[in-house]
Design a protein around this ligand. Structure first.
Ligand code: SF4
Length: 167
């Protein structure tokens, strides 16, 4: 299974708790004004990587507590990221997934694309919603603007409502 990737950082401390491997998905249609990763927007950019290759990178990383899917918009490649999420969880790693869609929007989209629900069911945290420059707040951990929430993903999915992991 191939994924289109903008880059991989193997020692991130800003994309979730602890030291993490951050996988940057290539492709995003949200066009948030002030986006810090505009090079990730072109759905034809980046490079293709196999799930196996990405897992090998994760396996080489030292002292990590988890893996983060960010971007770009990971849910545009839900099938591939669902496969990668399965592998990450099988390796017993904490999984954080960022999305420019809200939790509620993803649930709606998941009616047609079951892999979206699969990702939500495997993720420990979902950091949701678009970056809004007018709500920018540099004091917030792991996100850029106040509208973005850090949710307990699997528990929120199971209960049908957004449950915060941290405020
Ligand atoms: S969702 Fe993220 S990558 Fe996409 S435009 Fe918004 S801030 Fe940029």
């Amino acid at each position: 299974m191939k994924l289109r990737i903008a880059g991989i950082v193997t020692d991130s401390i800003v994309d979730g708790p602890g030291i993490r491997v951050a996988i940057f998905a290539q492709g995003c249609f949200h066009a948030c004004p002030g986006c810090h990763n505009p090079h990730t927007h072109d759905a034809n950019g980046g490079t293709e990587m196999d799930v196996e290759e990405i897992m090998a990178e994760i396996g080489r990383a030292r002292y990590i507590q988890g893996v983060t899917f960010t971007g770009g918009e990971p849910f545009l490649q839900a099938k591939g990221f669902a496969e990668l999420a399965r592998r990450v969880k099988a390796a017993d790693l904490h999984l954080v997934v960022y999305s420019g869609y809200t939790f509620e929007g993803l649930i709606e989209m998941g009616r047609k694309e079951p892999e979206i629900i699969q990702i939500l069911s495997m993720a420990d945290w979902l950091v949701d919603g678009p970056y809004k420059a007018e709500q920018r707040d540099l004091t917030l951990p792991f996100r850029g603007s106040r509208n973005q929430r850090i949710l307990l993903s699997a528990q929120s999915l199971a209960s049908g409502q957004a449950i915060p992991a941290i405020e």
